[in-house]
Design a protein around this ligand. Structure first.
Ligand code: SF4
Length: 743
């Protein structure tokens, strides 16, 4: 082993930004990590999570070898087992379950993705024959992507061109904490070019402070505001008439629909002043076509109306002609070629075609959450594949739904689910309601529960087998952000995996081979498979790592604008479908509209009498990222030891709560405790709680399960089917009703 320091070009994936890093390695030890200033995406940025990456990797709690449960679930009794023995046992069990209940009795769950190579999971599941690939994306942009594809043929979510925008709207998002590299670009545009910023948020944040206009609307009423803006822009003639006439269908019907949302009515629903609503609509539309609405996921979690809000926002982008132009929303172009060839996409690697149409129809939520199902995917497939020569992004928009999963385990409805594979996720913390998940995990109906993760989590404590995963520092990266564009990133492995940790490719390959999928996993390791994917472009993985990114046109607007003028849009009509023929075919309203959340001061006033405050969960606080960074020694807890809820200063004082006091937050589903952070700039009736909190220092065994019941806001969320997003099935984690009292 060499004693010299080597510098490796890697990508951090402690969140989804994939910032470029130089990792200094000596032997198999990381000496230091420096941000890579030349990386086109991150340009030298790194956050606190990355600054603590080495201490995180050295935590004693990191899993180093596979474990098999020997006591009861949750008792904390484990024995070490070899990979081969564990995979042998798991494979036998999976095949028995498939024989007895059908392949759909196996469900895979993802949480936050750490590596952005989804395809091995999909490949395994499709070859196994199960459509039940369940994850968080129907409350986190997968719903938006599915909808965007129906309307414009493009995923759109990452296309906002802040560098050239004249007006950017931050709709329920606070990029200084959630997407710092974007915030750097936005701040530059504001400073140097005078870009206007509109922030829509019930809470004052760093972003709202910098904004030219702040609209603190009642949580959950975003759809009404978007419809109001459409009303103003259309009625005042501020839209792009030429683009609308030549490139859209359904404008007249949209115009008719938005008449139902005059500004006075919208003001009454949202709690905003009419003049501010008008000012915002004009500021946005007068900057056209260089106006963009920044991607954010807050509204994906408001339940019933979640995806319809996005429908209205797409209409705002479209009628202002700000699609596929500089400063607006850029269109991605999958399937671009280098040296005459395009790399093999994640969707192609997933082998979607191996899943029969009969099995596709069995996906949990297939009939209910139709836009994030195979039904909508199949309806968008042809025009996109025809235009780009590659199948449309499959990975994020097609998901099973957690709200349907728990009854399938507990009651066998609509059919029994008997096995779970959880991939680098901590379902008890990220999803909800916690009690339902707990019951499902403890149920004797669940015959097999596998977790693959970096360290033991509350969910892992209830598993039968736990496999140790390799972090970003211990594996290579080859990612095109889930097929959302043409760009491909490559990053090196800094060190060999510690202990017996394995990367995700190794894990899924071993699992596949344990159930007889050998012929579909011919590549020995992740580098080999990456070489195979890149071969059509005539470059190898080493070259990709050197280049860092190829085909960056999805992030850098170097391509010709308004390409649609030559090709049309990849939709069934070749135009942007403001009136969506696919939504209509799926049995939904083809136009956007507003609907109150299932639980709100307006829809359930009787509940509001006992629970008078409006609760949202999941606001970002650095360095916490979903259910991660709860371990002492990794930098997060040192900065903030306890879960924090933000509450209006005056409201808190009326309740006898001071800054830093512990307080209970209670909904009809349960209660948790967090520390109060008083904020004079948050709406008086609004509370923002941190989600997914647990305490690794508390006993891992039951009843504590790492304190997952104590401060985890997902104890409080609402997942009755009637309360969920009608289009995509996402549960309601924002704009709920609660009460708060001193603990
Ligand atoms: S954790 Fe920080 S450094 Fe790492 S990818 Fe995310 S933003 Fe970048």
């Amino acid at each position: 082993m060499s004693n010299q320091t080597e510098i490796k070009k890697c990508n951090c994936s402690m969140c989804e930004k994939l910032c470029g890093m130089f990792v200094h390695v000596n032997g198999n030890k990381i000496e230091k990590i420096e941000p890579n200033k030349e990386h086109p995406l991150s340009q030298g940025y790194r956050c606190m999570r990355n600054r603590n990456a080495i201490s995180w990797l050295n935590l004693s709690q990191q899993l180093m070898y596979p474990l098999k449960r020997v006591g009861e679930r949750g008792e904390g009794k484990w024995q070490r087992i070899s990979w081969d023995d564990a995979m042998g046992e798991v494979g036998q069990k999976l095949m028995k379950i498939r024989e007895r209940y059908g392949a759909e009795a196996l469900c895979e769950i993802d949480g936050t993705e750490r590596g952005f190579e989804y395809w091995p999971r999909g490949r395994f599941m499709h070859l196994f024959g199960s459509p039940n690939w369940v994850n968080c994306v129907n409350i986190c942009s997968g719903n938006q992507i599915a909808l965007h594809k129906m309307i414009t043929g493009d995923p759109l979510v990452f296309g906002s061109d802040f560098d050239n925008s004249n007006c950017t709207v931050l709709w329920g998002t606070n990029p200084p904490l959630s997407w710092q590299t974007w915030w750097i670009r936005m701040s530059k545009s504001k400073r140097e070019r005078g870009m206007k910023l509109i922030a829509i948020d019930p809470r004052q944040t760093e972003a709202t402070e910098k904004a030219d206009l702040w609209l603190p609307l009642r949580p959950g009423t975003d759809g009404a505001l978007a419809m109001g803006w459409l009303n103003i822009i259309i009625n005042e003639g501020l839209y792009d008439k030429k683009f609308v006439e030549e490139w859209t269908i359904g404008f007249d019907k949209l115009k008719e629909r938005v008449q139902e949302y005059p500004v006075e009515k919208v003001a009454q629903i949202t709690g905003l002043k009419s003049e501010d609503i008008i000012k915002g609509a004009r500021m946005y539309a007068e900057a056209r076509p260089a106006c963009c609405i920044c991607y954010g996921v807050a509204t994906d979690m408001i339940g019933r109306n979640a995806t319809v809000v996005e429908h209205a926002r797409v209409a705002l982008r479209v009628i202002t002609g700000s699609i596929d132009v500089l400063g607006g929303t850029l269109i991605t172009r999958p399937g671009e070629k280098i040296n005459g060839g395009a790399y093999i996409t994640e969707t192609q690697m997933c082998l979607v075609d191996k899943l029969s149409s009969e099995q596709r129809k069995k996906a949990l939520g297939y009939d209910t959450s139709r836009i994030t199902s195979f039904r909508s995917y199949e309806l968008t497939e042809e025009p996109i594949a025809k235009m780009y020569g590659v199948p449309p992004m499959f990975i994020m928009p097609v998901v099973g739904h957690t709200s349907f999963l728990w009854p399938a385990i507990l009651e066998g409805k609509p059919y029994p689910v008997r096995a779970l594979i959880c991939n680098a996720t901590n379902t008890l913390a990220w999803a909800g309601p916690t009690k339902k998940i707990y019951d499902a995990f403890k149920s004797p109906n669940l015959e097999l529960h596998i977790e693959y993760d970096f360290f033991m989590t509350p969910s892992g404590m209830l598993a039968d087998y736990v496999f140790p995963g390799a972090s970003w520092m211990e594996r290579v990266l080859c990612s095109n952000y889930l097929d959302w564009g043409s760009m491909l990133l490559g990053g090196d492995q800094a060190i060999a995996p510690l202990g017996e940790r394995r990367d995700a490719y190794d894990f899924w390959r071993a699992l596949g081979r344990s159930v007889g999928q050998d012929e579909y996993w011919p590549w020995e390791n992740a580098v080999e498979v990456n070489e195979y994917r890149m071969k059509p472009m005539g470059i190898n993985f080493k070259q990709l790592v050197e280049m860092m990114v190829v085909l960056p046109s999805s992030i850098v607007p170097v391509f010709k604008q308004k390409k649609y003028e030559e090709t049309g849009f990849p939709t069934r009509s070749g135009k942007v479908e403001l009136y969506s023929s696919i939504l209509e075919e799926l049995g939904y309203d083809p136009l956007p509209y507003y609907e109150e959340p299932a639980e709100s001061p307006v829809s359930t006033p009787e509940v509001a009498k006992e629970y008078p405050l409006i609760l949202s969960t999941g606001g970002r606080r650095m360095p916490f990222y979903h259910s991660e960074w709860m371990h002492w020694g990794a930098g997060g807890r040192e900065k903030q030891p306890d879960a924090v809820m933000e509450i209006n200063t005056e409201t808190a004082h009326k309740l006898g709560i001071n800054d830093g006091d512990w307080a209970y937050i209670e909904t009809r589903r349960g209660r948790i405790k967090q520390k109060a952070k008083l904020n004079p700039g948050i709406l008086p009736n609004y509370v923002l709680a941190q989600a997914s909190w647990w305490y690794p220092e508390k006993p891992a065994e039951e009843p504590s399960l790492g304190g997952v019941w104590d401060s985890n806001a997902n104890v409080l969320i609402l997942d009755d089917i009637d309360a969920c997003d009608r289009l995509a099935g996402g549960f309601q984690a924002r704009a709920l009703l609660c009460k708060v009292y001193k603990a």
